[in-house]
Design a protein around this ligand. Structure first.
Ligand SMILES: Cc1ncc(COP(=O)(O)O)c(C=O)c1O
Length: 384
């Protein structure tokens, strides 16, 4: 029936390549075939115990059983502001420059609804986190895929963005430490990025979801760059920082007008974050500095182990600078990342993510998630 047809908006979304992987995983499970899953960006490490204990207590109060404030609890905003200052040396006004989110994805995807008009461009990285593309399409924008190429250390070449796109671009999404390439952005690049956005009047949506998953150099906040506060909003996530993916909590911060615009969208969409989760998230930021160090130690050990195991064996070019992903260039004999992922499932019983699932410039690569322990990684290395 015509009335049941999906909207043009939904029909514009690209085919969900990961659905095919999910289907293959289900098939293996149904047949009771054992396989190693390196496809999921969901840490196996437990969330801090203090968070769990606090949620139980916090859930008992009547205040937390009611609708939450759209703007989030003041206490959580203060906790975020204090943590941000300690971590990045940047001071944010908890009342005007911080907005708690139901996970950073929620904010990243709703954000263009506040600022984009039909016909504007939204610039997205390719390869990149798939949420940006959906966000652009839902807002009615045209998307421009900005290539992150190996020869440029997976940084975008801003000078190559065509004039027509620059002049009509409303938002640019940038994400470092980067999913899926694992790369970090040098400070020089961040300065150039802020200059570029200021010159062309483009809003910078800086996705810093993996800011705490680093092994050598500490990632920066975009607000460490002079001038960024005029044009940028930055997104953070408790999902990766405290392995709290299922709790759904994150935050946006930065330019007051950008934060206000996003709040206006959210006020019309949701009714706040469960208060007990906000309380627990605040506790995590306040008390759990040791947790982050332990988590980094775990992921570094896995990263070193896995990279050493696969580099020079089947893969030549392997990248694993930050995040918990390893981005590996396909062996020459495979023509596409889909073909390689099918081969891995069929012949090795290993599930990993084909690079093309993150956009056309992800073709030629494979993403492995280090969200399993070294024993399982060791089995994977032996199979590869
Ligand atoms: C780059 C990036 N940004 C944002 C998110 C969303 O995280 P969450 O909504 O759990 O905070 C993810 C999740 O995988 C991601 O990889």
């Amino acid at each position: 029936m015509k009335n049941l047809e999906l909207s043009e908006r939904l029909l514009k979304l690209p085919p969900y390549l990961f659905a095919e992987i999910d289907r293959q995983k289900k098939e293996l499970r149904d047949k009771n075939v054992k396989f190693i899953d390196l496809s999921i960006g969901d840490p196996d490490v437990y969330a801090p115990q203090s968070v769990i204990d606090n949620i139980y207590q916090a859930a008992k109060t009547k205040e937390n059983q009611k609708y939450a404030l759209d703007q989030g609890k003041e206490l959580l905003r203060v906790n975020i502001s204090q943590w941000f200052n300690k971590r990045f040396g940047v001071s944010l006004d908890p009342n005007r420059e911080i907005l708690p989110l139901i996970g950073s994805k929620e904010g990243l995807v709703h954000f263009p609804l506040a600022f984009v008009n039909k016909g504007d461009y939204v610039i997205i990285p390719s390869p990149g986190y798939p949420g940006y593309r959906g966000a652009a399409i839902f807002s009615g924008a045209k998307t421009y895929e900005m290539p992150l190429l190996e020869k440029n250390n997976f940084l975008p070449d801003l000078d190559k963005i065509p004039e027509t796109v620059r002049n009509k671009a409303k938002i640019i999404y940038v994400n470092y430490p980067n999913n899926p390439t694992s790369m970090l952005a040098p400070f020089e690049f961040l300065k150039k990025l802020v200059e570029f956005c200021s010159k062309y009047g483009i809003i910078l949506a800086y996705d810093n979801a993996y800011s705490e998953i680093y092994f050598e150099e500490k990632p920066k906040s975009i607000f460490e760059v002079p001038g960024a506060r005029e044009i940028a909003i930055e997104f953070h996530s408790f999902s990766k920082t405290f392995c709290m993916t299922g709790f759904r909590v994150g935050w946006a911060c930065g330019n007051e007008n950008l934060v206000k615009g996003l709040l206006k969208v959210k006020t019309n969409v949701d009714s706040g974050i469960f208060g007990a989760i906000q309380d627990a998230a605040g506790i995590a930021l306040n008390k759990e500095t040791g947790y982050m160090e332990d988590m980094r130690r775990i992921f570094k050990e896995r990263r070193d182990f896995f990279v050493k195991g696969i580099k020079g064996k089947i893969f030549k070019n392997v990248y694993a600078d930050g995040t918990f992903y390893v981005w590996a260039k396909l062996p020459r004999k495979f023509k596409s990342s889909i073909e390689f992922s099918k081969y891995l499932i069929r012949e090795k019983r290993i599930v990993a993510t084909p690079g093309v699932g993150f956009g056309k410039y992800g073709e030629g690569f494979m993403r492995f998630a280090l969200t399993v322990d070294t024993k399982i990684l060791s089995e994977a290395i032996n199979l590869l």
